[in-house]
Design a binder for this molecule. Structure first.
Ligand code: ITT
Length: 194
């Protein structure tokens, strides 16, 4: 069985794909099929709609299923920004620019006002049925980057219960409690019961 992960983001792919092997599903990225996900596809105002649009873009591809991931970082002091705009917060689409811009926007806020959460919505098309799975994790935006693992805002996202940022833990540790890991767990459970 083959599942197309409807994403251009290799980091997401690396986090998502191993779990599907546990239910006998091999994953493939668009680039491996000489395809890609155009940015215009995710033009909606919710994670759900964007995740679904990512799946629908690949409906013509001959695979057993398609999975879309739309995710983002919601900062309380910024009224939920960058949210669905997380990938292009600084306008350049470069992760380091996004982190720098976030630090600038947060400069005036003390530790107690730096609460944030990551949100991930997965949209799965499998055997003709569409299902959504959501995961969230709460944390704090640090005043500087710590750690080298992960991607995106990971070096700035501190989880108090761990005493570490997402960039200071292994991929397995991140998946065990991250927004994506939590959504993925529900998705894998659904597939197990299919
Ligand atoms: P695709 O649309 O091709 O899947 P993308 O990176 O553009 O890739 P999104 O539109 O869902 O994906 O944007 C999500 C952004 O949110 C992502 O680029 C990161 O900046 C941030 N993000 C999401 N999950 C994250 C995580 O686990 N760690 C750090 N940053 C994350």
């Amino acid at each position: 069985m083959k599942l197309l992960i409807a994403s251009n983001n290799r980091h997401k792919y690396q986090e998502l794909s191993p779990s599907f092997q546990t239910v006998g599903i091999d994953c493939v990225m668009p680039v491996e099929l000489q395809l890609s996900l155009p940015e215009e596809v995710e033009c909606y105002s919710t994670y759900q709609e964007n995740a679904r649009a990512k799946v629908e873009h690949f409906l013509h591809v001959e695979v057993d299923g398609v999975l879309g991931d739309d995710s983002g970082l919601e900062v309380k002091a910024l009224n939920g920004l960058p949210g669905i705009h997380s990938a292009r917060f600084a306008g350049t689409g470069r992760e380091e620019d996004n982190r720098k811009y976030l630090l600038e926007r947060m400069a005036q806020y003390p530790y107690e006002q730096r609460e944030a959460r990551f949100v991930c919505v997965l949209c799965l098309l499998w055997k003709g049925q569409i299902r959504f799975f959501e995961g969230k994790i709460e944390g704090i935006i640090l005043e500087q980057e710590i750690g080298t693992n992960g991607f995106g805002y990971d070096p700035l996202f501190y989880v108090p219960s761990l005493g570490k940022t997402f960039s200071q833990i292994t991929a397995e540790q991140k998946l065990a409690l991250s927004h994506r890991g939590r959504a993925l767990e529900k998705c894998i459970q659904y597939l197990r019961n299919k």
